[in-house]
Write a protein that binds this ligand. Structure first.
Ligand code: ZN
Length: 464
């Protein structure tokens, strides 16, 4: 098991926030033979107490308009195939690493037994022959990625404006629809909802937060975000679904929901989100102008706790480029500034996709915080709530240990610096059938189970 994990760390998939573990055999049981608990317990590091160094943090007025950088037209994936590749031998991993270096493939995600690999159209025959010669097992999961992309998101049925907003949970919507919905809620439920713009993206788009609160003094606070990674469309849809459930049913919700100050940020990476709609469906990072031809910073490697460590790249051309310094990006800096301005935080939840995981700190290494048992217990109850709600199995575990370390993640910062006790990254559906390109008819079942998990965490936060 450990051997397999090391091999996967070699791959440094770069597609996801640390994902992994095998759904059938969570690492905590597999490694129990060796240790009472497979990860060393590590409290907040001394370095986190010191002021963070900020490099190239744009001023509020410094909005770089780099629309001219947009490539001509859209990126198409005709003939690109998604393969599920067996990684039961070390040689298989080494082959994948070579193929990636040769730009024949890219990695989407995986666990200790299989890796989801995107094969470029012109490399399909080459890779197939290499796999055959080396007896590497694989299944073709998607024959033509562009076809799946084309069918993923049905055209939004134009409804008349009686409802006052355009958002549905039958399709993935553009940023203006999502922001329009937040503004609509603030207008319609002024005693419960308010919208704040906490900052702007690299390209000057607003980053909006919806506060849902009954205004009781002494309420605890919870943060829920989505859309840190552009292509993970199910994440913003899930956050707005949860908002809708809470706002329209608040009086029938338990005290842990009603007497809580909720802060929802559905799209933390608005430039990347729009870019994934208009240009490249598989875009992950923000749209910061980079070095040479490479642009974008991985916002989930840009937070200021153990920034720049394992699983984060210094190379702007990689998917896991952590930026020029902690909070170097206006998107993450806005979150930092806003979260620091509020007291009484108890929980931080960040929705990503895919893989079906409930992950808790630490992400930066294979270590866990001193209160990991509390985090583990709540994660277990959340995963049970998902199954009770009719959902699939979600694997739970510490982020770094469940597959490989990734530093600069938002949950580590929430836990390590802001002391939010219950900090989780939830990787939503699926487990690799569609991956990032999850068809829109999965929005409601996925969001429903995420809501069930969130309620469990809210209850724990309420009692904390
Ligand atoms: Zn993600």
């Amino acid at each position: 098991m450990k051997f397999a994990l090391c091999l996967l760390a070699l791959l440094n998939l770069g597609a996801l926030r640390p994902v992994g573990g095998r759904a059938s055999a969570p690492i905590s049981t597999a490694a129990l033979e060796e240790l009472a608990y497979p990860f060393d317990v590590e409290a907040v590091s001394a370095e986190a107490q010191q002021p963070q160094v900020r490099v190239q943090r744009p001023g509020d007025n410094e909005v770089a308009l780099v629309e001219e950088d947009l490539p001509q037209g859209r990126v198409y994936y005709n003939g690109s195939q998604l393969w599920k590749v067996l990684v039961d031998k070390r040689e298989n991993i080494e082959l994948l690493v070579t193929l990636r270096e040769d730009k024949d493939i890219s990695m989407w995600g995986g666990n200790s037994t299989t890796v989801d690999v995107l094969v470029k159209p012109n490399s399909v025959e080459k890779v197939r022959k290499i796999f055959k010669d080396n007896k590497v097992g694989f299944d073709i999961v998607i024959e033509d990625l562009q076809k799946v992309i084309d069918e993923e998101n049905p055209a939004v049925i134009e409804l008349d404006d009686r409802r006052g907003h355009r958002l549905t949970w039958q399709a993935y919507h553009r940023l203006t629809d999502i922001h329009g919905y937040l503004d609509y809620l603030a207008e319609t439920y002024p005693d419960l909802c308010s919208v704040q713009t906490i900052g702007q993206s690299v390209l000057g788009k607003d980053i909006k937060v919806l506060k849902v609160s009954n205004g009781k003094p002494g309420n605890k606070a919870m943060w829920v975000d989505g859309g840190i990674h552009a292509r993970e469309w199910i994440s913003p849809s899930t956050v707005t679904y949860i908002i809708n459930q809470f706002v329209t049913n608040i009086e029938s919700e338990p005290a842990s929901i009603q007497n809580m100050d909720w802060y929802f940020a559905p799209v933390l990476n608005p430039d990347g989100y729009e870019y994934s709609h208009t240009v490249d469906r598989l875009w992950r990072k923000n749209r910061a102008r980079g070095v040479g031809q490479c642009s974008g910073t991985d916002l989930n490697r840009n937070f200021g706790y153990r920034w720049g460590g394992k699983g984060s790249s210094k190379n702007p051309c990689t998917e896991t480029y952590g930026g020029s310094g902690p909070f170097s990006e206006p998107e993450t800096a806005s979150v930092e500034r806003f979260i620091r301005s509020i007291q009484n935080w108890k929980a931080y939840i960040s929705f990503h996709s895919y893989g079906q995981y409930i992950l808790y700190p630490w992400g930066y290494d294979r270590v866990v915080p001193p209160d990991y048992k509390d985090l583990e217990a709540v994660a277990r109850r959340a995963a049970q709530a998902i199954r009770t709600a009719g959902g699939p199995s979600y694997t739970i575990g510490p982020a770094g240990g469940t597959l490989y370390p990734a530093s600069g993640g938002s949950d580590d910062w929430a836990k390590g610096v802001m002391k939010m006790k219950y900090a989780y990254t939830i990787e939503l559906r699926d487990s690799g059938r569609f991956g990032f390109v999850l068809p829109a008819n999965y929005i409601q079942p996925t969001a429903r189970e995420a809501l069930a998990a969130l309620k469990v965490i809210a209850e724990a936060a309420y009692l904390a």
